[in-house]
Design a protein around this ligand. Structure first.
Ligand SMILES: [Zn+2]
Length: 263
């Protein structure tokens, strides 16, 4: 009990110090020029410098209508990738604002670990533009939840930050308690596709009290990065099992090696 109290009090101290640093940094932001989130050159306003901005790879059609992965050539409207046909996901459609590369990774890391919360509205607007069709038919947005232990250590959930920003840009409300992470999963980084799927197996659940916000509703799961898709697949499965009408997926960046068409 004594050990636990000591751990809790140390964590509280760390959180208080972190919060204080964030306040000081917010104060400094007023006095110092902002830095480009990727190359750290001073910039006007938030976000990226013009050079890094021009390198950002926005994802546009032609892409697989199901998975949202860009095609190497334009096969015509409505064509699915072989991947979507061979191994269809639990979600209906996925869209991403940009490819996951050096520049988008810098933005994601700055938001996640660098206290650059000022980036969220801009990233949220880009996600909203990429997912316009999905948002037009959506009842609510669902952020990918963090396990409470990781949330406690990191102080905030970057998916929830982006979800709030997408909600502000689109007017679609957030169903924040719709999903719960019931298993503290290992970091996905460095795991194979099969290991990632096993890692998130049974990790998400719709709490009994949240079922009314899920049953019969058209939901959009929001996350920062889509790599193998195992995390959003786990979320979509849990929501569909709980009675959602359908689930779409919207992310800021996705790993997107161009795919072949089904024909
Ligand atoms: Zn830059």
């Amino acid at each position: 009990m004594g050990d636990l109290a000591a751990t809790v009090s140390a964590t509280r101290r760390k959180r208080a110090a972190g919060a204080l640093r964030a306040v000081l940094r917010a104060g400094l932001d007023l006095a110092l020029p902002r830095l480009c989130a990727a190359c750290r050159e001073p910039v006007e306003g938030p976000g990226l410098c013009p050079t890094c901005w021009s390198k950002l790879a926005f994802i546009r059609r032609p892409y697989c209508e199901r998975l949202g992965i860009p095609f190497v050539y334009d096969p015509g409207p409505g064509i699915l990738s072989m991947q979507a046909i061979a191994d269809p996901p639990a979600y209906r459609r996925a869209r991403a604002a940009v490819r996951f590369d050096e520049i988008s990774r810098a933005l994601v890391h700055a938001l996640k670990y660098g206290d650059r919360l000022d980036l969220a509205p801009m990233m949220g607007r880009w996600i909203g533009q990429a997912g316009g069709e999905l948002l037009a038919g959506a009842d609510a947005l669902v952020p990918v939840p963090l396990h409470w232990r990781r949330l406690w250590a990191r102080r905030f959930n970057q998916s929830a930050m982006l979800t709030s920003a997408v909600s502000a840009a689109s007017g679609v409300p957030v169903a924040s308690g719709a999903l719960k992470r019931v298993k503290a999963t290992a970091q996905q980084v460095g795991l194979s596709r099969a290991e990632r799927a096993a890692n998130v197996q049974g990790a998400f659940r719709v709490p009994e009290a949240s079922k009314p916000t899920v049953i019969g509703r058209r939901l959009v799961v929001i996350d920062d990065v889509l790599t193998s898709g195992a995390t959003v697949e786990g979320c979509a499965r849990a929501l569909m099992r709980a009675g959602a009408a359908n689930v779409d997926v919207l992310v800021f960046a996705r790993v997107a090696d161009a795919v072949q068409t089904s024909i």
